[in-house]
Design a protein around this ligand. Structure first.
Ligand SMILES: Nc1ncnc2c1ncn2[C@@H]1O[C@H](COP(=O)(O)OP(=O)(O)OP(=O)(O)O)[C@@H](O)[C@H]1O
Ligand SMILES: [Mg+2]
Length: 363
């Protein structure tokens, strides 16, 4: 089912004033898509999800699910009349019940007859590989198992749209990675439209078809994970997703659509330009650490070469975060774990023109 959000706004009134949680927010989630709202704490992700769920009444805007208006200035359907399931960060499963009864609860409320109920519960538990644990009291479960039960309970009513608010953030790193893949594959198999909320960029990249990066109650950029990483449109997006080095400068004359030169304190960089930027305008060149080649010898081809001194190196197992001082700037590079370049004092850095992401400096 398709979900559309148009011009959504929500302001909370508090003791000491008001908080503009979201304003004029619009996006579309296509049927069967895994769509993620990604952003730092307080940017309005949960508020958006709660408005779609019907747990929060928006001040303005329209929400449709499967073509039906569920929220507008004149319509407001309660959560139980929306074709949605929900999973939250806190497992929110009932401790005094068994796993089976936890999952059966929504069906009981819907007065589904017992034999049918049993079949649906066991089917939902099988989906999350928890059928064996059906008789277990809920508190005797690990965090990951509790989150699986919460997922089964959200799926048991066969919702068309599943809303997930940081469902993995209480779990340890390894389990989080396992469940990421599991949830993504399960939802794809069931062809459910998923709206996922997280502040974890790795999670967003790994799971989503589309990601909307939010900041201050608005969407800064919406794209596929690949496009978001390779072609961020704003400083915040480049910085929030992955690691990045910024070099501030200005566009030199002769820059055209396609190629350009940006003058920075570290040198003149030849950059692939995605749009036209007037000569003299401020530009920010963003270069990912993994795009920078580090060598002990000066490269023979002289474009985009910097000379620097290794200041610090952090061994992280799958790579070395080698931090190199270039003038006033500390540049992060990514070296293979076997590399001994970081033991050298003086090194050369080089990156290709297409590795430069040129952004306007204004944002
Ligand atoms: N019930 C409420 N009353 C007052 N202010 C609220 C309420 N709910 C949210 N807010 C405020 O609205 C803003 C957005 O909150 P929201 O919970 O949507 O953020 P979030 O992106 O989900 O953050 P987090 O990653 O920390 O969960 C915040 O400034 C928050 O303090
Ligand atoms: Mg939240």
């Amino acid at each position: 089912m398709k979900v559309t959000v148009r011009g959504l706004a929500k302001t909370f009134r508090t003791m000491d004033g008001k908080v503009d949680a979201i304003h004029d927010l619009s996006f579309e989630v296509q049927p069967g898509q895994f769509y993620t709202l990604l952003g730092p704490s307080g940017c309005g992700k949960s508020t958006t999800l709660r408005c779609i769920a019907g747990l929060e009444r928006p001040d303005a805007g329209e929400i449709t699910i499967g073509g039906q208006v569920v929220s507008s200035s004149s319509v407001f359907l309660p959560p139980n009349e929306r074709p949605i399931g929900m999973v939250f960060q806190s497992y929110a499963i009932w401790p005094h019940m068994t796993v089976f009864n936890n999952v059966a609860f929504p069906l009981k409320q819907q007065k589904v007859p017992k034999p049918e109920r049993e079949r649906l519960v066991m089917e939902a538990l099988s989906l999350v590989q928890m059928a064996d644990l059906a008789p277990r009291p809920a508190p005797n479960l690990s965090g990951g198992q509790q989150q699986r039960v919460a997922l089964a309970r959200a799926l048991v009513s066969k919702p068309q749209v599943l809303l997930l608010d940081e469902p993995l953030s209480n779990l340890d790193a390894k389990l989080r990675e396992e469940l990421r893949i599991e949830i993504k594959e399960l939802l794809r198999r069931l062809a459910i439209t998923a709206l996922y909320v997280t502040h974890d960029q790795a999670e967003a990249l790994a799971m989503s078809d589309r990601v909307a990066v939010m900041f201050g109650g608005q969407i800064l950029q919406e794209a596929s994970p690949r496009e978001l990483y390779l072609k961020p449109k704003a400083r915040f997006v480049a910085q929030f997703i992955g690691q990045v080095n910024f070099f501030e400068g200005k566009v030199l004359p002769g820059s055209s659509h396609g190629m350009g030169v940006v003058q920075t304190a570290q040198g003149d960089f030849h950059c692939t330009m995605s749009g036209v930027m007037p000569s003299g305008s401020g530009a920010l060149v963003a270069v990912r650490p993994e795009s920078i080649m580090v060598s002990a010898e000066q490269p023979s081809n002289g474009t985009n070469v910097l000379q620097g001194q290794v200041e610090k190196s952090v061994f992280l197992g799958d790579f070395i975060d080698c931090q190199i001082r270039v003038g006033a700037q500390l540049v992060h590079t990514k070296l293979a774990p076997t590399s001994d370049l970081c033991d050298a004092d003086k090194v050369f850095l080089q990156f290709a023109a297409h590795a430069c992401i040129v952004l306007p400096v204004s944002d």
